[in-house]
Design a binder for this molecule. Structure first.
Ligand code: SF4
Length: 222
């Protein structure tokens, strides 16, 4: 289990229901440029990019996909080469054997069951080999129909520090967040927390003195 930040949230700052709107609004002003950092031109490229992004950085994925997507343009292309060739082409993203296997299995299912198109619903997306709920949530949100809230390491940490959840498990954290965050904000909310986490609310040394949420945050150190 990764480190917990639940116990840091000790200051009385009011009910989470009353704080969520100003939290979103202030972060939206502060991080107006917050958006997905992966580069893609189609739903298929989005899906592959998100699958490749497990356990590595978005910058690294973009570096690999810049050439990958010139070679692999349709689901058939991923199946037209031996698995070892695909493994070589995605090697730099790490865990390349498992990722190549998942991508090929996913392409097969797309062709057999979805006419080669990327499905849009979470239940359909999580049926694809190697596609977990987090990946499905990212894809659905970026395709314009968020059906949940992406919980990554930053979203987990900030939700705990901001006292929006007392849970540790990402699935339970998401359950708390979807009850709290207005549906219209489901897609951008994780991006706001991720960018705030990267720029201000660092895991080890949060810069509370520079944070726009200081009066709304039960974990503030100033
Ligand atoms: S940086 Fe902001 S969000 Fe993070 S703990 Fe400090 S006040 Fe809270």
């Amino acid at each position: 289990m990764p480190r917990s930040y639940v116990k840091e949230a000790r200051r009385p700052v009011g009910r989470r229901r009353d704080r969520i709107r100003p939290i979103i609004d202030r972060l939206a002003v502060e991080h107006a440029d917050a958006q997905i950092a992966l580069t893609f031109r189609s739903p298929l490229e989005l899906l592959v990019s998100v699958m490749l992004s497990a356990q590595t950085t978005d910058v690294n994925v973009n570096r690999v996909t810049a050439t990958l997507f010139e070679k692999y343009r349709a689901p058939e292309d991923y199946l037209a080469v031996p698995q070892q060739e695909l493994e070589r082409d995605i090697f730099a993203t790490g865990f390349y054997r498992q990722k190549a296997k998942s991508i090929r299995g996913t392409m097969r299912m797309l062709l057999e069951e979805y006419d080669g198109e990327v499905p849009r619903t979470i239940p359909e997306l999580v049926r694809l080999p190697g596609v977990a709920r987090k990946t499905a949530n990212v894809v659905a949100a970026e395709l314009g129909d968020a059906q949940g809230i992406v919980v990554d390491t930053h979203v987990r940490r900030l939700s705990q520090r901001l006292g929006l959840t007392h849970q540790e498990d990402p699935v339970k954290i998401e359950r708390d967040l979807v009850k709290l965050v207005p549906r219209a904000d489901w897609a951008r909310f994780p991006h706001l927390l991720i960018w705030h986490g990267r720029r201000v609310c660092d895991a080890r040394r949060p810069r509370c003195e520079d944070c726009v949420l200081v009066d709304l945050c039960p974990s503030s150190r100033v």
